[in-house]
Ligand binder design. Structure first.
Ligand SMILES: [Zn+2]
Length: 349
């Protein structure tokens, strides 16, 4: 019996000292002191012992029992202290990382930097910023811009419509994500009297197949210029002013006829190819020009919808894709990188 006791003592002292968690200790405790545990089983055998033996074994049993209890509780405190220290270390590392992150200096997104530059350029010519919502009615986004329902031009600007059941607004018009910043035009024309020099910058949406040159979510910049005697000559000047400022003094602008329902006449605006300076290369398809902007004289119907007499005033609407321009300026090949959130890419700018 004495040997049995000593074996249990030795086995469990070893077990306790090699245990690594509080859970291990709980298991050991139950093995020893639980119902049908080692201690329980031993004490049940005492009734078979002679009185003299019982005296010796009994006191040894009590001593070992106390020792094992004490060893477990000491080990328990030790593990607790270690876990706490570990937590402290982890917390310290985490706080340290937060501090490091705070110290790290960020910067504006390359497209934002570029947009700020564009805004500044037109600011110098007296243009001020206007705003328009990203969710708008199809009336403001299409109809008022001379694109009635069922008009084939709507195919060019397929977009995302808002589910009517989630539409809590009291409007009979369909709600959609704006396809261009031109939804600002009706607001600008209605709320201001000529001469008007305003610009809109912001996010637009189209139902596009995404690839290296197309995104369903993109930025647009647009100006609206309305005054007496505004003509295509102003449009040519503004285009060249923009290209020269952004891409270099040797860049020229060329206007080509293009159809946009909200302008008459409409133009696609080419800039001298920045890669070959006009001599022709792979990127410009050997033409020497790159189409970078779209514009035109604001359609008389649009002016009228905005409460401006087209016989008295004329206006220019002129727009450009800041992301496309930033790609050219910084030599970015894939449009998708700009919204990737990839710091390795963004930190280059
Ligand atoms: Zn070229």
């Amino acid at each position: 019996m004495e040997e049995k006791l000593k074996k249990i003592q030795q086995d469990y002292i070893n077990k306790i000292s090699s245990s690594k968690s509080l859970k291990d200790l709980d298991i050991i405790f139950i093995e020893l002191f639980g119902k049908n545990g080692e201690v329980d089983q031993l004490s049940r055998q005492f009734k078979d012992l002679a009185k003299e033996d019982l005296k010796i074994v009994g006191s040894l049993f009590n001593l070992i029992k106390q020792e094992l209890e004490k060893t477990i509780s000491t080990k328990r405190e030790e593990i607790k202290a270690r876990v706490y220290k570990g937590l402290e270390d982890e917390t310290f590392t985490f706080q340290h990382q937060v501090l490091e992150a705070k110290k790290r200096k960020g910067h504006l997104h390359p497209v934002t930097q570029f947009e700020n530059e564009i805004v500044k350029l037109f600011n110098k010519l007296g243009f001020v910023q206007a705003d328009a919502p990203q969710i708008d009615t199809d009336f403001n986004n299409f109809e008022v811009l001379n694109i009635p329902a069922e008009h084939p031009a709507r195919d060019m600007w397929d977009t995302f419509y808002i589910d009517k059941s989630s539409n809590t607004q009291t409007t009979n018009h369909k709600l959609l994500l704006r396809t261009h910043t031109s939804n600002s035009q009706i607001r600008i024309l209605k709320n201001n009297k000529p001469p008007i020099r305003m610009m809109t910058l912001g996010r637009c949406f189209r139902y596009e197949n995404v690839d290296a040159r197309h995104e369903h979510t993109f930025e647009q910049f647009e100006i609206v210029y309305v005054d007496k005697g505004v003509s295509m000559a102003n449009l040519q000047f503004l285009s060249e002013y923009f290209f020269k400022s952004i891409l270099g003094k040797d860049i020229k602008a060329r206007l080509r006829p293009k159809y946009y329902p909200f302008v008459e006449p409409g133009v696609g605006i080419d800039a001298t190819c920045v890669f070959c300076k006009g001599s022709g290369c792979k990127i410009c398809g050997n033409i020497g020009w790159l189409e970078l902007a779209g514009a035109g004289m604001i359609h008389p119907k649009v002016l009228e919808a905005g409460g401006i007499n087209p016989k008295e005033y004329s206006g220019i609407a002129w727009g450009v894709g800041p992301e496309r321009m930033a790609m050219l300026k910084y030599g970015i090949e894939d449009l998708r990188l700009l919204k990737s959130g990839d710091l390795n890419f963004l930190e280059k700018f």
